[in-house]
Design a protein around this ligand. Structure first.
Ligand SMILES: NC(=O)c1ccc[n+]([C@@H]2O[C@H](COP(=O)([O-])OP(=O)(O)OC[C@H]3O[C@@H](n4cnc5c(N)ncnc54)[C@H](OP(=O)(O)O)[C@@H]3O)[C@@H](O)[C@H]2O)c1
Length: 301
């Protein structure tokens, strides 16, 4: 038997529980791993609340990204061997907040030695999304990228990717995140009332791209500062972005290998700020659900 953190029904955190279950076996196209670290994402509580549909069989294991050591290989999987150190997206029906889990081989890469387990666990969802959201519309060096939610898991990596491309990055975040935003090379803009005026003061001619990681009022408030509304890309609020003329992030198959490479060469640092033991998975989830995470939160068995 092996431990996995699940929710028993759609609803609040009271639905969460650690359970024991038989060791999961990989189906075709999958890899089994012994988990070394798993990333926590807003999607974990959104899925639990039923915000992303109710297709998950219950009890539903939690956690969508993980890193660990391969223990078994499903049919048709090539390029991996038992004992390999890998990082990847957790397969549907399984959860990363566990001692053992199952990854989609197509969305898994070898973990470079240079990347710690903790950092590796943040790349399959948050890191790969940061890569995709900053590449969907290509900017030229010197053009202005405005990131809403620049201090969070996706945002901090997106800001660093923007710096690599020599974009002028403006990062909107809460006051306590000034330093973490500025260390990426971005210009910090404090979130809250009057935000559009603060953006216009820095970018009077408008911004070239808005990467929105928050949605709702935070997106509405600055949407008028973008030169062309089709240059609003969101990971957080597809409906609002569409109403404003923008679009949702499109996830690509190449993002995971690309972000893994730049983290390996220390060009991007996932900035893990919260490390919890698997037994405290509920605390890790609560930290992310509170909505003010700096960098990434991970869980370690
Ligand atoms: N579609 C996909 O494939 C995909 C993948 C990954 C993530 N996502 C989504 O993308 C969003 C961001 O994910 P994440 O992992 O980066 O979340 P996160 O780590 O929880 O970070 C969210 C950040 O937003 C900041 N924030 C909240 N309200 C704000 C406001 N009004 N103005 C500026 N910043 C504000 C928060 O802190 P402060 O307010 O304290 O600054 C926090 O740092 C989530 O909605 C997530 O579900 C989608």
């Amino acid at each position: 038997m092996t431990k996995v953190y699940v929710f028993n029904d759609f609803g609040g955190p009271e639905q969460q529980q650690m359970i024991d279950r038989p060791l999961p076996q990989p189906a075709a196209g999958q890899l089994a791993i012994e988990v070394r670290a798993a990333g926590v994402n807003p999607a974990d509580w959104k899925i639990r609340e039923g915000q992303l549909g109710r297709k998950w069989p219950l009890p539903a294991p939690m956690g969508r990204e993980a890193a660990g050591v391969v223990t078994a290989i499903g049919e048709g999987v090539e390029g991996f061997a038992v004992g390999d150190e890998v990082l990847g997206a957790v397969a549907s029906g399984h959860g990363g907040l566990a001692e053992h889990t199952i990854l989609d081989a197509a969305n898994t890469v070898a973990k470079p030695e240079e990347i710690s387990w903790a950092d590796a666990a943040t790349l399959p969802v948050a890191g790969a999304t940061a890569y995709d959201v900053t590449h969907q519309i290509e900017l030229e060096p010197g053009q202005i990228l405005l990131i809403i939610g620049a201090g969070g898991g996706v945002g901090r990596m997106a800001a660093q990717i923007g710096a690599v491309h020599e974009f002028r990055v403006l990062g909107i975040a809460g006051a306590d995140k000034r330093e973490t935003v500025e260390v990426t090379g971005a210009e910090f803009i404090e979130a809250g009332s009057g935000i559009a005026d603060r953006v216009r003061a820095i970018a009077p001619g408008g911004v070239d791209l808005i990467v929105d990681l928050v949605g709702g009022e935070a997106l509405h408030a600055v949407a008028g500062t973008v030169k062309d509304p089709s240059r609003i890309i969101t990971t957080a609020d597809p409906e609002t972005a569409r109403q404003l003329g923008g679009a949702s992030v499109e996830r690509t198959g190449e993002a995971l290998a690309k972000i893994t490479d730049v983290v390996k060469y220390e060009v991007v640092d996932p900035h893990v700020t919260g490390r919890f033991n698997l037994d405290d998975a509920g605390k890790a989830l609560a930290a992310v659900e509170a909505g003010h995470t700096e960098g990434k939160v991970i869980v370690e068995p």
